[in-house]
Design a protein around this ligand. Structure first.
Ligand SMILES: NC(=O)c1ccc[n+]([C@@H]2O[C@H](COP(=O)([O-])OP(=O)(O)OC[C@H]3O[C@@H](n4cnc5c(N)ncnc54)[C@H](O)[C@@H]3O)[C@@H](O)[C@H]2O)c1
Length: 373
């Protein structure tokens, strides 16, 4: 007979896009992974009572609420998941940490470095996660493994773009308001690329950046960002993130060139990793399109047989599964609030470089992904 699992009662604040992605992960994780915990979708909290009720029934939440302050204080809640616009991450996470709750929070972590520092400090007292879900794309986890094995040799170039095209069409939503979003394409898209870069290629030592808003004064956040960076390992990087890349949907791509080979990934083809290995016989050298669906690939053995592809939603489920395992074993988990603070430091440097037209140095250790320690 198997031992009884500990139940964790979850309160999720936010019922939008990420509310659905997280609800799905809470629901699915126990189906695919041997989760040591029983997750109970206890309370979903939002603002619109009617749609909240429909969402609760659809996704199996026991209760609905509209007052997040009351929810995070509840004694019967073990986990608080923050899936709100960015300006609410800090108040909700700080209150939840104070109440001793396990903390899950969306990215970008905060509206500023100062806010992120306070959040990271509070979160060090409780188990915590930031939903940098792309770390758990199997192809990206494989890229990390190959880099750790030294298969790229000395890295020369790190090149990342995150291209979306919905900027001109949408107005009025919180994502275009500085008071609610903090920034535009920078916090929304570049934050993902920077998190992956810090995880895969280590610390950024200095950068020069340019932010652009194409449609002032209707919006007061950046629509696009360009950035040049030096990494502490001697490689150089370039990044571009934009909501104005007409023709691109969710083109989150990186390409890494080293002395022994090249890796390339694009989220729009997320089951594949391209790997060029200089060790191959010269006659057959070329970029191999590795279909990262097993055998021997990260995460995918928990889902379907080799070649039976997975999708966007699995990245959230795998993130949650890793976190629950770490929680049970009392082991560290990444990405956590400290990792997200490092990303926030880069974003702040981007803003200040763009404003001053100068290169900005980042202090040693300030942007090292914790996973590398
Ligand atoms: N990890 C990722 O890949 C990813 C993708 C998209 C969004 N995000 C992040 O997730 C967060 C939410 O984004 P989204 O796309 O789900 O936004 P959304 O607009 O779809 O949903 C936001 C939700 O927050 C709720 N909300 C706002 N104020 C509230 C309040 N005072 N109390 C309770 N609920 C409140 C709204 O009702 C809404 O349900 C953002 O921080 C965003 O950057 C992350």
């Amino acid at each position: 007979m198997s031992a009884a699992k500990t139940t964790l009662n979850i309160a999720m604040i936010g019922q939008g896009f990420m509310g659905r992605a997280h609800s799905n992960a809470f629901h699915q994780v126990g189906h695919f992974f041997d989760s040591p915990f029983e997750l109970r979708r206890k309370v979903i909290c939002g603002r619109n009572r009617e749609s909240l009720q429909a969402m609760a029934s659809r996704w199996g939440w026991d209760e609905t609420a509209t007052d997040w302050q009351a929810v995070v204080e509840r004694k019967d809640i073990d986990v608080v998941d923050v899936a709100t616009p960015n300006n609410l991450h800090a108040p909700v996470a700080l209150a939840a940490a104070k109440a001793g709750k396990i903390l899950l929070c969306e990215k970008p972590l905060a509206m500023s470095v100062e806010e992120a520092e306070r959040m990271a400090e509070a979160a060090r007292k409780v188990p915590n996660v930031v939903w940098f879900n792309y770390r758990r794309v199997p192809a990206i986890a494989l890229a990390k493994r190959l880099m750790e094995e030294g298969r790229l040799g000395q890295v020369y170039h790190y090149r990342a773009v995150y291209l979306q095209s919905w900027g001109p069409e949408r107005a009025g939503v919180w994502r275009f308001k500085r008071s609610e979003a903090g920034s535009g394409a920078m916090g929304d898209l570049l934050s993902h690329s920077i998190d992956l870069a810090l995880m895969l290629n280590g610390e950024i030592s200095e950068l020069s950046a340019m932010l652009q808003t194409f449609a002032p004064p209707t919006r007061d956040v950046d629509d696009a960002v360009l950035l040049l960076a030096r990494f502490s390992n001697g490689s150089i990087g370039s990044f571009e993130a934009t909501r104005y890349a007409i023709g691109r949907k969710n083109y989150n791509q990186f390409e890494i060139h080293g002395s022994k080979g090249m890796l390339r990934f694009n989220l729009e083809d997320l089951n594949r990793l391209e790997f060029y290995d200089c060790g191959d016989q010269q006659a057959v050298q070329g970029g191999h399109q590795v279909l990262v669906t097993g055998p021997g690939h990260p995460y995918v053995d928990r889902y379907w047989p080799p070649g039976h592809i997975i999708g966007y939603e699995h990245t959230f489920t795998s993130t949650l599964a890793d976190f629950l395992e770490a929680l049970a074993k009392k082991q560290p988990f990444h990405a956590n609030f400290d990792d997200a603070l490092q990303v926030q430091r880069v974003l702040e440097a981007v803003e200040s470089s763009s404003a001053d037209g100068r290169w900005v140095r980042l202090g040693k250790g300030t942007t090292r992904g914790r996973s590398e320690e």
